[in-house]
Design a protein around this ligand. Structure first.
Ligand code: RAT
Ligand code: ZN
Length: 417
């Protein structure tokens, strides 16, 4: 190599590359603007994000039902008052709102919520999508698409012109989590399924996956499962994975994405904000990876205690790709720790982050905050390489960062075992 980066410039160069590299955001709850009101954005949506609802209820003394019965602007006013006015907004989700407003060049010093609302009211979803994606440096967004969602399903059925920045992922939780109930919903929309999982039901659920994979042009099939998920096992969930999901994924060359460790509805009164976390038994994942080498598994785990074990599993199975710092792990302290753990155990064969944004504007802060941490961790790693005599070039570092921000995910998804 002719001229490498001088050791004193390594950190600055790495952080600059991380700041500029476009990102493929591989899991969000955002929608192609063609879905109209399903794509959430703006100050009231930012403030009523369920992460903030959970935090505000630490201080509210009103009954849960009073909060839920109120209009969204009222809910946002209450949250703003408790989390931003009565005390300083230091939690990660609160700080995220401020980072977003700041990057949008809005002045929050006056704490004038009506004025902020008036600014957002001037935009349309289409122009605002481009603005947020540019500010976040995000080039593509993967949605979470559920054929069981009564608002989403008709849009797919009717058809629309796709915005090619938005990709689809087929979300199948109802099938795996509550087959007895879901078999009835499937029967109601023309699939000959029954609560007893017989051969006919399996064939029909595969036809359902087939139809929706094609309709959405889905990039992967996804589910989130509780900490007690076990496999193989004598229950409908395990049978459906074995006989329907995995053969479907193999036939279509699609990864199966597993998000493990959510304890559903620990406090149902909090609704979407009411889920918790538990440590998963990753033996189930080991069994899946070992028994199905021709399937690809994209995995993130919610419990901090599972992170090291997940990395070790990924060292053993090349059909396992680790991604993202999900939900309660998406806080600076844990992102830092998980990113180090992953890079030290798995090198560049991971996707360190996804945004999980539910509100478009959130991609700005989620990526801003994560880029800072990933940039810092990588800078240290490259400085260590430079200190051991390895010469670094800008183009090689650019190549590496590109792979962390989507390239490695693409390779994994496209590769045959
Ligand atoms: O992070 C979240 O917003 C959670 O509510 C979940 O939706 C989670 O990300 C999931 O995809 O299950
Ligand atoms: Zn999610």
């Amino acid at each position: 190599m002719k001229s490498g980066i001088p050791p004193a410039k390594v950190s600055e160069t790495v952080r600059d590359i991380v700041a500029r590299t476009p990102i493929r955001d591989i899991h969000t709850h955002l929608y192609d603007p063609a879905f109209g009101p399903l794509l959430l954005w703006g100050i009231d949506e930012l403030l009523t994000y369920h992460y903030l609802v959970a935090e505000a209820f630490r201080y509210f003394d009103m009954p849960y039902e009073k909060f839920w019965a109120a209009p969204k602007t009222q809910q946002a006013d209450w949250i703003w008052d408790q989390l931003f006015i009565q005390r300083s907004p230091i939690s990660e989700s609160c700080r995220g709102v401020l980072t977003t407003l700041n990057r949008l060049a809005l002045d929050v010093r006056k704490r004038d919520l009506p004025k902020l609302r008036a600014w957002f009211a001037k935009h349309t979803a289409a122009d605002y999508t481009t603005r947020c994606m540019e500010l976040a440096g995000v080039e593509s967004i993967c949605m979470t698409n559920s054929p069981f969602d009564d608002l989403e399903r008709p849009v797919w059925k009717k058809g629309f012109t796709r915005d090619d920045r938005f990709e689809a992922a087929l979300r199948i939780d109802p099938v795996l989590v509550d087959w007895k109930k879901t078999s009835k919903s499937l029967a109601a929309i023309g699939y000959k399924t029954s609560p007893t999982l017989n051969a006919k039901s399996i064939a029909e659920v595969r036809r359902f996956f087939e139809d929706w994979t094609k309709r959405m042009n889905a990039r992967y099939v996804m589910v989130s499962l509780t900490p007690d998920f076990d496999f193989p096992a004598d229950h409908d969930c395990a049978r459906l994975i074995e006989q329907a999901v995995l053969p479907h994924c193999r036939d279509h060359g699609l990864p199966f994405a597993l998000m493990l460790g959510v304890k559903r509805q620990v406090n149902p009164a909090l609704r979407l904000a009411g889920d918790g976390v538990g440590r998963s038994d990753l033996q189930a994942l080991q069994n899946l990876c070992a028994a199905y080498p021709e399937n690809k598994f994209l995995v993130t785990v919610l419990s901090r205690e599972n992170q090291h074990e997940l990395c070790v599993l990924a060292r053993k199975f090349r059909n396992l790709h680790v991604f993202g710092c999900w939900w309660f792990t998406n806080i600076p302290q844990v992102i830092d720790e998980m990113t180090r753990l992953r890079l030290e155990l798995l090198g560049l064969s991971v996707t360190p982050q996804h945004s999980d944004a539910r509100v478009l504007d959130q991609i700005i802060y989620k990526w801003d905050h994560s880029r800072q941490i990933i940039g810092q961790v990588l800078a240290e790693k490259y400085e260590q390489l430079a200190a051991s005599g390895w010469q670094l070039s800008r183009s090689e570092i650019e190549r590496d960062v590109k792979s962390l921000f989507g390239g490695e995910f693409n390779r994994f998804c496209g590769q045959c075992s």
